[in-house]
Write a protein that binds this ligand. Structure first.
Ligand code: SAM
Length: 266
């Protein structure tokens, strides 16, 4: 176990370092994750081990990915005797979640108190791996609100649609800034993302979904007839049972899938 040695002079702001210090929050996170003895888990950004300490002794195998070399040195010393824990000094955005070390894993669980500055990029990276069975992560509350947003609301947009296409998303609890050191200027939310086993609408080409939602939300006040005119004329939208007078935020994830599969079929 690492004894908490937070030192404000060593914090690397560019790596989004806000370390968890509240034991109630840590316990809530662990019980929400509910690690099992058969689990193979990957932790993103273990930092000083606030979560790591509670997981490695339960699960079959724990991999941790840390990008701060000073922290990696600390982790390697603290966990040198722990056989089922492997530490990677790596940027998570370049980490291959299929092939970890020399092995291929067809079922892994991912968790972490993410560096906020790259949390969306991390999520989009994780969506590429269909061997991930669930993701439990801390996000900036505003990002969590966008991930969870429903059609017709101001937070609903590109991120909501792409994430909800891949996952069922659950808000577990909010976390106050005082639970971290240094204290961030933002509130946080802990989420569970469970990738769909069966998609309500299966996508022929995800790039088409991304292109359509990007166009639709480039100017969210525009009606679809105008915002999507590069890809669909008014009659095509009507034939696809999409009202051309609606705005981007009015379409469901399923309707966006429908539009993108039409483009894929051309
Ligand atoms: N898990 C610890 C905790 O809860 O106290 C630390 C969380 S802190 C918000 C984010 C952690 O992610 C830091 O340890 C930071 O160094 C690490 N990190 C930042 N960017 C990273 C990257 N690209 N790849 C892997 N780890 C990264």
């Amino acid at each position: 176990m690492i004894k908490f040695t937070y030192n404000k002079h060593c914090v690397k702001k560019r790596l989004g370092q806000n370390f968890l210090i509240n034991n109630d929050v840590i316990n809530n996170i662990i019980s929400s994750i509910s690690p099992k003895s058969t689990d193979v888990m990957v932790e993103i950004g273990p930092g000083l081990g606030a979560l790591t300490d509670h997981i490695y002794n339960i699960v079959h195998k724990l991999f941790v990915i840390e990008y701060d070399n000073d922290l990696v040195t600390k982790l390697l010393i603290a966990y040198s005797n722990i056989k089922n824990l492997e530490i990677f000094f790596k940027n998570v955005l370049e980490f291959d979640f299929f092939r970890i070390g020399n092995n291929y894993y067809n079922s892994i669980r991912v968790f972490g108190n993410l560096p906020y500055n790259i949390s969306v990029s991390i999520l989009l990276h994780l969506f590429k791996y269909n061997n991930i069975v669930d993701i439990h992560c801390m996000f900036q509350k505003e990002v969590a609100d966008r991930l969870l947003a429903c059609p017709g609301t101001k937070n609903y947009g590109r991120l909501s649609i792409i994430s909800q296409y891949y996952c069922n998303i659950t808000r577990l609890f909010d976390v106050y800034p005082q639970s971290f050191r240094p204290i961030p200027k933002i509130n946080s939310t802990f989420l569970r993302l469970s990738p769909h086993k069966k998609y309500s609408c299966s996508m022929k080409n995800i790039k088409h979904l991304i292109k359509i939602v990007t166009l639709a939300f480039r100017n969210r006040r525009k009606i679809l007839k105008n915002s999507l005119s590069e890809l669909f004329n008014e009659n095509t939208l009507i034939n696809l049972k999409i009202n051309p007078m609606l705005r981007a935020e009015n379409l469901s994830v399923k309707q966006y899938c429908y539009l993108s599969n039409y483009i894929s079929s051309l």
